[in-house]
Every structure is written in structure tokens, then in C-alpha cells.
Design a protein around this ligand. Sequence first.
Ligand code: PLP
Length: 352
Amino acid sequence: MSALIPHSRPTISEDDVQAVTEVIRSGFLAQGERVREFERHFAAFLGMREAVATSSGTAALHLALLALGVGMGDEVICPSYVCVAVLHAIRYTGATPVLADIEPQTYNLSPQSVRQSLTSRTKALIVPHLFGLPADVDELLSFGLPLIEDCAQMVGGQYHGRPVGTLGTVAIFSFYATKLLCTGEGGMVVCDAPEILARLQDLREYDERPGGHLRFNYKMTDLQAALGLSQLARLPAFIQRRKAIAACYTAVLRELDIDPPTLPPDRDHIFFRYVVRRPEPVGPVLERFAPHGIVCRRPVFRPIHQYLEQGGFPESEAAWEHVLSVPIYPSLTEQEVDCVVAGLRAVLRKEE
Ligand SMILES: *Cc1c(COP(=O)(O)O)cnc(C)c1O
């Protein structure tokens, strides 16, 4: 049997290889000119003042929290149904993570659940745009708290006509191998406030700096930045391709009388993940894709409330139980898309 179509895979071109090779040959491998160039291009892409490159999305989130002054005794609200990296970043600061539930239609942070979790110690909200669909940012901003957009799954989309990543106080990005745009490992923080930017830059590196306070080595390398720059040039094409593949999957679901992912008005879905909700638990369903040559997964490995052994997050629990994610990435060939379509049709068809 031929190899299975993996759930995720990076999209690497000859230009990408060339860009990284040039850096290796140059002899300047650590944080240098290429990192600064990537930061400038990335900020310009979003229309922001400046960007600060980091070693990962988790490092970006940690620095963003610290730059907002989050620490011991503070509470930070985040959804339960998200990558557990968010939990770790909050814990690095000594702050208390406070979980909120999601909206069942969009899988994003529920403003109503956030309202119930607010206390006098709430210092910030972390708002992921899960699967490439913007969260309900306007409602979440109405609480008047610093808002960190977690754009690890959404770069280059729009919310009410504005670019995602420019809507809150700061935004963080991840360039992990299988994210929308990749540098192997890597991340970015963008922000328009000069004092926050200065703190981010100060905390990211330890060498030749005044003051003896706690600092980190969260730098990106020029090797990674060269790949990031090369990928950034193709990001609009990547997104177009994701939307085109999503349209193929949506057509099959409609044919099978299954609801496709929700798209609220005036929000862009760039389909980092294409998810399908099933009435039955997805565990056994996932196993039925392999004979059709496809790997499908749960899009969130485990919701955070399960790690923390907390109850009371029914929508996060239901999403974990009933939602599966189908391979979608620009490096899928037409033939592979046809194979996924055939697999969806075979596995999700109603039993007669
Ligand atoms: C991937 C991801 C992160 C963590 O990024 P890393 O680069 O892997 O550290 C954080 N938040 C979300 C929503 C993610 O998908």
C-alpha cells in the first residue's frame, strides 16, 4: 500500500531551499540581518509598526504576557479548547490560568463564558483564532482588558475588514513546521505600542544588555528567518489554495447533507484546519480513514480542562468528542485532494 496522506505537511519550494542555503554559505547563522528583514516584512504585511521574532509561538506568547506585566497573582483567561502551549505560557509567568468555554459553532472563545470568568485579578485575555476563523473580537474587546490575539492558526485573514493580528493589544504567531507559514520552529509578536515593543526586545535576549533582571534566549536564527521570508512571499497563494481545497470538501459535505464549517458574516476563514462535526464520538471514526489512504485527527489533542482535571466546559468537551480534522495544506496535490474527497464520501456517508 502507498503511504498515507498525512494530516499535516509543510509546503517547501526550491526557492525556500535556496534561501536557507544562502544563509548557511554566508557564515552568519544566528539572529542577524535576515531576522530584522523578516520582522520588517512581517510587520509591513500586517500594516503594523514593528514585529519581534522569537524561537517559537510559545516563546512569543510568554514574552507578550511578560511585556503586558502579567505575573504572580494575576489571572489570564483563555479557552479550554486550544493547543496546550497556551497553558504553559501562562504558567511560565506565575499567573493563574482561568479557562473559559468556546462557542459551539465557531470553536472560538465564548464572550459569555469569559464574562462569567472575570474577576478583579483578570489581567489579560488570550484569544486564539482557531482553525483559521477569527474569534468574536469586538465582543471580547468590550471587556476593556488587554487582548492577546493568538494568531498561530491565522495569518493573512480579515475580521470586519481589518487584518487579523492588528485587532488587540498584541498578537503572537507560530511558524512551527506545519503552521500556515513555517520556519521549522519560530514565532513572532506584533504590536504598535513602543513601550511594549521595547520590553519584548529587551526580554528576548540576554547578551550585552544593561540591568540584571530575568531575561531569556528566545531568538530566531537567520536560517529560520530566510525560510520565513521566502514563505511569506507565497502566503497569499497558500491561503488561496487552502480556500480552494476547502471548497472541494464543502461540496462533498453538502452532498452528504452534513454541515460544513460555520462562516459568520464579515469574517474570513483561511482553513488552517478543515473540521467536521459528527453526531457520534470521533474516536472510532478516525480509524476508518486509514483504509482510504488518509490520516484524520482530532484538531485539538486534549482540551486544557482535561489536563487540569476541571469540569464545566461542555462545549470544549463536546468539540473534543465530536470534531475531526481532515488533511488540508497547499502541498496537497490534486490527486491527493481527490483521494481525501473519496475518503470523506466513503466514511461519512449515511449507512443505508
Ligand atoms: C501551535 C500553537 C501554539 C504554539 O506555537 P509553537 O510555535 O508550537 O510554540 C500556540 N497557540 C496555538 C493556537 C497554536 O496552534
